[in-house]
Design a protein around this ligand. Structure first.
Ligand code: PEP
Ligand code: MG
Length: 578
């Protein structure tokens, strides 16, 4: 049994076998054979290793004709290493009665792990050799049986170096018990998608794809950010009970609170909206008690199919969203925010620093064809429901003016074409670039609402890549600079009668609910599973209490102390909050 710590990004427990996604996704399950089958299994291994040697030798011959001796020496070393490893795999089959492929995968990973303590630069070539041999052997044992993570045949915990947001969205929710990755931060889009879908997830566990083999057993605690590899029986029992308890508590909280209003003890109504990536998430969001959708991240329309979505594809998605919400519930459609960790569009050049590059509205200005297609669809659908339009990554007033100009042009085109479009939808901006936060009092005169994107605001203000686990400790929502910016934006918007919400992950973190309330926030937009707990906190306090707590937090002037203070205050209301 081994415990590893990462960053918990989506709460909940997952207990089961892992499915390790590698470059070559062989299906390897933990499989045992009977005593009588051991000899046959070893014979399979012998055959496979002869085939692997043949494969490596033929590569060697081809290469020796074309290249110098160094490559030839590497391949010769591979062949020698393979015959050495074969003995260890056979021993594993004999001792544990594992299938040849499972024994192969385990033995190789075990050998790699032994090299952990040696300096990286010395062992890197040996690790590469072992990986090559492993692939050659598994190819020989399994043929080309690859598995698509979107079409899994059984329930598993996915272990991967990284998963793109689009890959995460494509996962089969019924088959994926949890997600563990080596890279990523708490607000990387992959983490957000996992949290939205309610899939327990932990990121930032270094070397985990190397250390685990498909079929190994694991316990994942997405709240604590830990995984337990090969748990013993008592640990397994304890976590099974915790998992049952978590589900019961979640369902109970959700059921109890769903119909109750989000209102403070002294009677102030708070709006609680959900963030979604696809309209399919709307029923679950409503079931959790969302009043509507405060952030619809439409860029996932661009990541699903091949090529750009047509106007009709946009229209259908927005119609579906309106149909699911009904005509009165609010739907805030955010125009595309591609770039950074959400893949760029095919044909658009990659940039060396995409977080600071042609992302979101910048890309829309560069490619008005793409932007106008989306705006046309939003205007066409807006009359059918309570649709609002939101622009990401605004950094100056000039950009708002440009958006309005393009929007007016699109509206005129549609009217000329005889489209029965209604009033112009409300126009809001994401405040997620520090320059916009600092200019919020000026920008407020030009838009209908603000939604603070704390995920990016924190990253850009503190100069911390939100997807990089190495700098994760520096990603501090409770940093005094962030609190000051938030307070300024909330004040700038509300004093001018403009709606202000926070839709970054900070808004869905119960530890910040009291602070945000105390700072004057009245609208939250969060991942759907977070709604019940946020509502519970809101219903437990008066505004005066929240205000006094925010004042105390401001005086602390230090991120760590503030985070700890807020955690303790929150635990008084929700003892299980972490
Ligand atoms: C944010 O930046 O806080 C936000 C909500 O947008 P996204 O996470 O999609 O960048
Ligand atoms: Mg953002």
């Amino acid at each position: 049994m081994e415990i590893r710590k990462g960053i918990g990004v989506s709460p909940g427990f997952a207990i089961g076998e892992v499915h390790v996604l590698t470059d070559e996704e062989f299906v390897i399950s933990r499989k045992s054979v009977t005593d009588a089958e051991v000899a046959a299994e070893i014979a399979r291994l012998e055959r496979a290793s002869r085939n692997a040697v043949a494969e490596l030798s033929s590569q060697l011959q081809k290469m020796s004709r074309r290249v110098g001796q160094s490559v030839v020496r590497i391949l010769q070393a591979h062949i020698e290493l393979l015959s050495d490893i074969r003995g260890k795999i056979a021993e594993e089959i004999r001792r544990n009665r594992y299938s040849a492929e499972y024994a192969t995968s385990r033995t190789l990973k075990g050998e790699m792990k032994k090299l952990d303590s040696a300096p990286r630069e010395w062992v890197q070539p040996i690790l590469q050799d072992l990986a090559q041999i492993g692939k050659a052997l598994l190819r020989a044992l399994l043929g080309n049986r690859h598995e698509d993570a979107g079409r899994l045949s059984r329930k598993v915990v996915i272990v991967a170096h990284d998963l793109s947001p689009a890959q995460t969205l494509a996962l089969d929710r019924d088959k994926v018990l949890g997600i563990v990755t080596e890279v990523g931060g708490a607000t990387s889009h992959t983490a957000i998608v996992a949290a939205s879908l309610g899939i327990p997830a932990t990121v930032g566990i270094e070397g985990i794809t190397r250390d685990m083999t498909s079929g190994d057993r694991v316990i994942l605690d997405g709240g604590a950010g830990t995984i337990i590899i090969d748990p013993d029986e008592p640990t397994l029992k304890r976590y099974q009970a915790m998992e049952r308890n978590f589900q019961v508590m979640e369902q109970k909280l959700s059921r109890e609170l769903r119909e109750l209003p989000a209102v403070t003890r002294d009677g102030t109504e708070i709006e609680l909206f959900a963030n979604i990536e696809t309209p399919e998430e709307i029923p679950a969001a409503l079931a959790h008690g969302a009043e509507g959708i405060g952030l619809y991240r439409t860029e996932f329309l661009y990541l699903r199919g091949s090529g750009l979505p047509s106007e009709q594809t946009h229209v259908e998605a927005y119609r579906r969203a309106v149909a699911l919400l009904g005509p009165r519930r609010r739907l805030v459609i955010r125009t595309l925010d591609l770039g950074a960790d959400k893949m760029p569009i095919n044909g658009i050049e990659a940039e060396t620093n995409p977080h600071l590059g042609t992302r979101a509205i910048r890309l829309c200005f560069e490619r008005p064809d793409i932007f106008k297609t989306q705006l046309r669809a939003i205007l066409k659908v807006s009359a059918l429901g309570n649709v609002e339009l939101m622009i990401p990554m605004i950094s100056s007033l000039d950009e708002i003016d440009r958006v309005k100009e393009i929007l007016d042009g699109v509206r005129l085109d549609l009217l000329r074409e005889g489209e029965a479009i209604g009033e112009m939808p409300k126009l809001g901006i994401m405040v997620e670039v520090p320059s916009a936060a600092l200019m919020a009092d000026v920008l407020a005169d030009h838009v209908d609402f603000f939604s603070v994107g704390t995920n990016d605001l924190i990253a850009y203000t503190l100069a911390v890549d939100r997807t990089n686990e190495r700098v994760a400790p520096l990603y501090q929502p409770a940093h005094p600079a962030i609190l000051r910016l938030l307070a300024a934006v909330i004040e700038a918007g509300t004093s001018k009668g403009k709606g202000v919400s926070v839709c970054g992950e900070m808004s869905g973190d119960v530890n910040f609910t009291l602070l945000l309330l105390g700072m004057g926030l009245r609208t939250f937009s969060v991942v759907p599973p977070a709604i019940p707990e946020i509502k519970k906190i809101i219903r437990s306090v008066t505004l005066a209490e929240a205000k006094s707590l925010a004042e105390q937090a401001f005086k602390l002037g230090d991120a760590r102390k503030t985070a700890e203070f807020l955690r303790q205050e929150t635990q008084k209301i929700l003892p299980d909050a972490s």
